[in-house]
Design a protein around this ligand. Sequence first.
Ligand code: SAH
Length: 222
Amino acid sequence: MVTGAQYRGIGMTSQRTRERLVLRLRERGIGNESVLQVIAQTPRHLFVDEALASRSYEDTALPIGFGQTISQPYIVARMTETLLSRGPVNKVLEIGTGSGYQCAILAQLVKSVYSVERISDLLDRSRRLFYQLRLNNIHLKYTDGTQGWSEKAPFDAILATAAPKQIPQALLQQLSTDGGKLLIPVGADGSQALSLITRQGNDYEQEILEAVSFVPMLAGAD
Ligand code: SAH
C-alpha cells in the first residue's frame, strides 16, 4: 500500500478520521485486529467520487454511479472477519468488484483475490486504482458472476457483494471441497440474509448470520 501524502489525505480524509471509523467498528463488535489495521491504512476516499470524499469515513454505504454502492465499512469488516475466522484462506473470489474497496481490503489479508464485475466502467476504474495503490495480487474479469470464474476454481472462499434471489449453483461447485466457504447475501430487496455456506466434500452446511441490504445480483454482463 502506498503511503504518500496524496494517499494519506487531509482534513476529513485524514488518518485521524480513519482511526475514528476503526473505533466505531470496534464498538459495533469487530474484533479481528488485522482487519481493523487494514481498514485504518486503506484510503477509502479514493474509492468514491471526489464530491463524496468528506463522507468516505462514515460507517455508511455511498453511491458509486451506475445505480451501485460502495458497501458500508461495518459490512466489509464483518464479511472479511468471517471469511478469515476459520483457518487460513489463500485464494478468494469476489462477485461484484464495484468501487474495489472490499477487494482492496481482502487483497491485503490473503494471498490472491479474483474479482468479477458486470459493469465494465466500474471494473476499469477499480483496475486503475489497484495499479496506483500497487495491489498486485488482484485479478479482475468482466463477466457475469453468477457463473463464478471456473478457470480459476477451486477457491478457499467466495464472497458475494450483490444479492441473488437464490444461491447460484456454479458458486457452490467452485468452492474447495476441504472447508471452502461461500459468504453471500440472499433474498429479495428488503429481506436479505447474509448466509455462510461451508463445503466438506459434497456436503454443504448453511448458517444464517444477519439481515443485510445489498444491491441485487443481476444475471448477464451489462
Ligand atoms: N464490493 C463492492 C460492492 C459494490 S455493489 C464495493 O466494495 O464497492 C455490488 C456490485 O456487484 C455492483 O458493482 C454490481 O454491478 C455488481 N454485480 C451485480 N450483479 C453482478 C453479477 N451477476 N456479476 C458480477 N457483478 C455483479
